[in-house]
Design a binder for this molecule. Structure first.
Ligand code: 8OZ
Length: 374
């Protein structure tokens, strides 16, 4: 029987165990540059089978929150090189999550104070996070976006491609495409945010076109075996909405089966919320969605996330429902989460007030078991 602590050999990536550190936004990278404290933070968590970094902007236009990191300027990439070196020195594996926020942004965060971009000019009912000149952070409504022109899309696909190349050139073991949680790729997928009448809107095939162009470009650039993707079929995060999630995501997952990806990462239910959340009037059938992928020949590792505790994760891996389980908040407060799960030791509680923004407190000062015993 497979356990959480068994290794997993993927064609492009060998993982020491099945416990993954989920991508976690922390807003601690001023000027979008990850600093030395960020290298310490990830290195402390290197016993994860795989670390997925916090979502990282592929371009300035792709940024939607204060002090989130980027992958488009030399100083940002130097910062990430120090992170990947520190994680590898501890024997860990790390991929970065490629992010374009689309409409989940604010003019204040965009190049020249322009409007954020989106499939359609529809403002999200949602908030972003800004930091004022005095250093105080606060949530603010997202700005009204402008609809992307058809001839702008190849440039954005090119930004994904460039970011993927830069990531592997700066030590990452691969990348995860952020196609979840109501950001740009998910905005194209869902009918609530995509009212386009060209080849990128309307039918499910058209709404998924942008996603597949991004996957193709990244697979061409760095190899599909170093590429993962994150999807959230029913999340309401960031005003994501589509009443027909089942056929939409079965189309997406069948199309992904064409690529020998490293893994497919699915958020079950509402991101950070109830696992039984649904869009429309039907519960999402995750087994049918996975079966659609396997029947289409998809062989990537199957990663699940959202609200897993030790028992639920053990059961998911033992039953074969998941190959990998990603833990979020528990990894914030437990740098040695893998060892704690192995021993069934108590977990440190997390302090939600230090999730977003701030310094080392609530970031690199959570103790390991050994530190607590000493
Ligand atoms: C929490 C706060 C800001 C961004 C996501 C990147 O939901 C995020 C995010 C999460 O995927």
């Amino acid at each position: 029987m497979t356990t959480l602590f068994d290794p997993l050999a993927l064609p492009g990536l060998t993982l020491a165990n099945r416990v993954v550190m989920a991508p976690l936004t922390r807003n601690r990278s001023p000027q979008a540059i990850p600093g030395p404290v960020t290298a310490t933070y990830y290195a402390q968590r290197a016993s994860a089978g795989l670390i997925v970094t916090e979502a990282t902007a592929i371009s300035h236009q792709g940024q939607g929150y204060a002090d989130v990191p980027g992958l488009y300027a030399p100083e940002q990439l130097d910062g990430w090189q120090a992170v990947t070196d520190a994680v590898h020195a501890e024997g860990g594996k790390i991929v970065t999550q490629l992010w374009h926020v689309g409409r989940i942004s604010h003019n204040q965060l965009q190049p020249d104070g322009q409007a954020p971009v989106a499939p359609s000019a529809i403002q999200a009912k949602g908030k972003t996070y800004l930091i004022d000149a005095d250093g105080k952070g606060h949530f603010a409504p997202t700005s009204l976006p402008r609809a992307l022109a058809l001839d702008e899309l190849p440039g954005i696909v090119g930004d994904y491609r460039r970011a993927a190349r830069a990531a592997v050139d700066h030590g990452f073991d691969g990348v995860e495409i952020h196609a979840a949680n109501g950001y740009l790729i998910d905005q194209f997928l869902r009918s609530g945010s995509n009212h386009r009448t060209d080849a990128y809107g309307g039918s499910i095939e058209n709404r998924a076109r942008f996603l597949f162009e991004v996957v193709q470009a990244i697979a061409d650039e760095i190899g599909a075996e170093r590429t993962g993707i994150r999807l959230s079929p029913v999340t309401p995060a960031n005003d994501a909405s589509d009443p027909d999630a089942q056929p939409l995501f079965e189309h997406v997952i069948r199309g992904l089966a064409r690529y020998p990806l490293a893994y497919v990462h699915t958020i079950v239910g509402a991101t950070g919320g109830p696992r039984d959340h649904q869009q429309g009037d039907q519960p999402f059938d995750y087994a049918a969605y996975k079966q659609a992928y396997r029947q289409a020949g998809g062989q990537a590792a199957w990663m699940l996330n959202n609200g897993y505790d030790r028992a639920l994760a053990e059961q998911a891996v033992a039953s074969g429902e998941a190959d990998l389980v990603a833990f979020g908040k528990a990894f914030i407060s437990n740098p040695d989460l893998v060892e704690r799960l192995r021993q069934d030791a108590p977990l440190n509680a997390w302090d939600a007030s230090t999730f977003y923004g701030g310094g080392e407190h609530g970031y690199t000062d959570y103790p390991t078991l050994a530190q607590q015993a000493g």
